[in-house]
Design a protein around this ligand. Structure first.
Ligand code: NAP
Length: 458
């Protein structure tokens, strides 16, 4: 009886996942997308728990408690740590898929048909490599491991050979599922490849890598669906795999990078002499009060938020500043770079949290033509996404990355704490321009002082 309900429950879950992805792609419907996604997952888990093959719930209950104990603190990690958190959840998801694959192999071998063995090899290969690669990505983002790319001679050839041998073991198992030696070799090489894959990739490319690993974990889960003959796993894995891949493509485009460049380009290596060359250069600075005076005298202001606004949690103060300026008749817009912050949509989420009207937010392509008419570009904790070197300096590691044309505004105010570089570790020409004034300090404190000054002047 219950058997005939399970496909219906799975169908409901699959529809929910598709709708969740659709609604998550736009800010006004994102909340609905989250709720539908959670509902879909609850249906998927609930439907699976009803399957008659389950004879005891004891181990499932133990896993549920363990997952909750790990998952709840992970969900409490701050917004700025979302990439690390995502890396950890991919690591766990991929490990789960790989362990299920391993258990299935030892339960069934050598009586496994070729198709199932092919899916199982793929599941284990992608699962184990995604597990170690995601842990490495977590370590780099959390700065437990060195964030700079570590390279050595013939690294790519070595890594690809290792991957080739692992894939060959998988293919051999398809031909001879009983070859018991090949399975642990496949698993060990996949684990090693995951570590070696991430070593030459710099911290700046970790979010793109994580979204690619998301895709691998999804494909591993889809392969698991074929092994276990579970259609919902195939659908959910395919959705996960393709959405992760699409997101990586969007991120690569926003940084003008190719996949091969992200995976093998060792982006973010220290360029010798680059920092020394910037010493002794003069910048002009202003106090928050002076900066407030400049904003008050303007009629068009474009605010450029970045990672520093997120770290300082300055979005609510920025909202207050927006309110005062808007009331005084100043036209204030927000320029959103697709990779500002540390995850796609980071700035949209923060500004939405502070209730800044959606219609004030402008994407990079539409806002860039507006900068020459802006009296002030107010940069709040953004750095790389405003660096003109991406346009002008062929030797720069970020050359070719599309940027916000902040340097074309009539005046530029930059709020940051020091002259430290941004995520890609390079200096920013913008700070040395005649039209630029640096307002040094924590973004929340500086914007707070500006708000106080403007409120007092009214
Ligand atoms: P950024 O280049 O990392 O610069 C952030 C700046 O914020 C720093 O220069 C820092 O300078 C300042 N800052 C830090 N804490 C602050 C505080 N409390 N108050 C004020 N300022 C503070 O940031 P971005 O311009 O947003 O660029 C994002 C970078 O991440 C790009 O390189 C992008 O390629 C990379 N990335 C992003 C994504 C994504 O999905 N969003 C994905 C991959 C890579 P001080 O230390 O001097 O204050």
């Amino acid at each position: 009886m219950i058997d005939s309900f399970i496909p219906l429950i799975y169908l409901g879950a699959a529809i929910s996942f598709i709708l969740a992805l659709k609604w998550l792609s736009a800010v006004p419907t994102a909340r609905r997308g989250v709720i539908v996604g959670i509902t879909g997952m609850a249906l998927a888990v609930g439907g699976t728990l009803l399957r008659p093959e389950i004879v005891s719930y004891r181990w499932i209950a133990a896993a549920f408690v363990a997952g909750t104990v790990i998952g709840v603190p992970m969900a409490m990690m701050p917004m700025t740590a979302v990439p690390q958190r995502t890396a950890l959840s991919h690591a766990f998801g991929a490990l789960a898929a790989a362990l299920v694959g391993t258990a299935e192999y030892y339960l069934r071998a050598p009586r496994i048909d070729r198709f199932t063995m092919g899916a199982l090899s793929l599941e284990v290969l992608l699962g184990y490599l995604t597990f170690t690669a995601s842990l490495m990505a977590f370590g780099k983002l959390q700065e437990i491991l060195p964030t700079r790319p570590i390279t050595y001679r013939h690294q790519n050839v070595f890594n690809l050979s290792l991957f080739g041998i692992a894939a060959a073991c998988g293919a051999y198992l398809v031909a001879r599922p009983g070859a018991a030696w090949a399975f642990p070799v496949l698993a060990a090489l996949a684990l090693a490849f995951g570590v070696l894959l991430v070593i030459p990739i710099g911290g700046a490319d970790m979010p793109t890598l994580i979204s690619l690993l998301n895709s691998y974990a999804g494909l591993s889960a889809a392969a698991m669906g074929f092994v276990l003959d579970n259609k919902l796993l195939i659908i959910a894995g395919a959705l996960d795999g393709s959405s992760g891949f699409i997101l990586s493509v969007i991120m690569c485009r926003a940084m003008n990078r190719s996949f091969t460049n992200v995976l093998f380009g060792a982006f973010g290596k220290v360029v010798e002499g680059a920092v020394a060359a910037q010493e002794n250069r003069v910048v002009r600075s202003a106090t928050p009060e002076e900066a407030a005076g400049i904003l008050q005298a303007s009629s068009r202001v474009i605010v450029v938020p970045g990672y520093g606004m997120a770290v300082a949690q300055a979005q609510h103060k920025v909202r207050e500043l927006y309110d005062i300026l808007a009331k005084a008749g100043v036209d204030v817009r927000f320029a959103i770079h697709p990779v500002a912050g540390r995850m796609p949509g980071h700035m949209n989420v923060l500004l939405a949290e502070a209730n800044i009207p959606y219609d004030r937010l402008m994407e990079m392509d539409e806002v860039n033509s507006e900068f020459p008419q802006a009296d002030v570009a107010l940069v709040i904790g953004a750095n790389d996404v405003t660096n003109p070197a991406a346009r002008n300096d062929r030797s720069s590691p970020i050359y070719g990355m599309p940027i916000l044309d902040v340097d074309k505004a009539r005046a530029v105010l930059v709020i940051k704490r020091s002259m430290s570089p941004g995520f890609s570790g390079i200096d920013n020409e913008l700070y040395y321009m005649d039209r630029t004034l640096m307002v040094f300090g924590d973004a929340k404190a500086v914007v707070g002082s500006m708000v106080k000054e403007l409120a007092g002047a009214r």
